[in-house]
Ligand binder design. Structure first.
Ligand SMILES: Nc1ncnc2c1ncn2[C@@H]1O[C@H](COP(=O)(O)OP(=O)(O)OP(=O)(O)O)[C@@H](O)[C@H]1O
Ligand SMILES: [Mg+2]
Length: 232
């Protein structure tokens, strides 16, 4: 079932036309991977889904509800969890308080789901450390856990492997696959690390200069020459 539908969206930064007629869907139980070189508009697309940048035209619907005029806070409440590029951990807050920030859209007094510590045991060990004292990989795990704290229906991740050591990349990949396999969450993953993207993709999209120039099933990525399309 398609959870997210994006139809013909256009976005501008001032006079620069960044997103050009972008359309795609993301489905429950599936990982949709968005690939593209630096500066093609991947982050802009994810931010426009979250409502962090306005679109000029087009439609975004989540679970059949039009959300393109809805503020970010409300989109989070409706079920979008966002893991931003560069993680945006609150450096001076503890791990526990960072996780509580992820509960902001939940009823007052909601507890941090214990499952997050099963997914990322290191966060339990470091609960009282400051976010800024964690390694890059640990911060990335914290950013993902923070997004999961509100039990999103759509998890959006912007380059989670950027600057992270291989063992933690593997752990993150396993968690993403496990979340998708439960069937009640759609995952949209923006990536430049091709092998990681190919391993996880059920569906792929390739962006170039703000347009989706190729798409297909993850299993066909190799045959369709996607590696070459996004090679720097
Ligand atoms: N706030 C902004 N104001 C003006 N232009 C911007 C802004 N943010 C991004 N841009 C421009 O929009 C284009 C797309 O940027 P975006 O960050 O979406 O690319 P990206 O594909 O995520 O790149 P990367 O792989 O480096 O993260 C770039 O030309 C960028 O310079
Ligand atoms: Mg980006």
């Amino acid at each position: 079932m398609s959870l997210l539908k994006v139809a013909n969206i256009h976005q501008y930064y001032g006079g620069s036309h960044i997103l050009r007629d972008v359309s795609f869907e993301a489905h429950l139980g599936r990982i949709t991977v968005l690939l593209g070189r630096n500066g093609v508009g991947k982050t802009t697309l994810l931010k426009s889904l979250m409502g962090l940048v306005p679109i000029r035209s087009g439609q975004i619907t989540l679970n059949g509800v039009a959300i393109d005029q809805t503020p970010p806070y409300e989109r989070a409440r409706l079920g979008i969890g966002f893991v931003p590029q560069g993680r945006e951990i609150f450096a001076r807050l503890t791990v526990e308080d960072n996780l509580r920030m992820g509960l902001a859209t939940q009823a007052a007094g909601s507890a941090i789901p214990s499952e997050l510590f099963e997914l990322f045991p290191v966060l339990h060990q470091m609960l009282h450390r400051r976010g800024g004292d964690l390694s890059g990989g640990q911060q990335q795990q914290l950013a993902i856990a923070r997004a999961l704290a509100s039990s999103p229906k759509l998890l959006v991740l912007d380059e989670p492997t950027e600057g992270i050591q291989p063992s933690i990349i593997k752990d993150i990949g396993r968690v993403i696959r496990m979340l998708a396999s439960r069937g009640n969450m759609a995952i949209l993953l923006c990536e430049q690390y091709y092998d990681f993207a190919q391993e996880l993709a059920d569906d792929y999209l390739v962006m170039e200069r703000g347009e989706i120039i190729a798409r297909g099933a993850g299993k066909d990525m190799q045959a369709n020459g996607v590696r070459e399309l996004v090679a720097i």
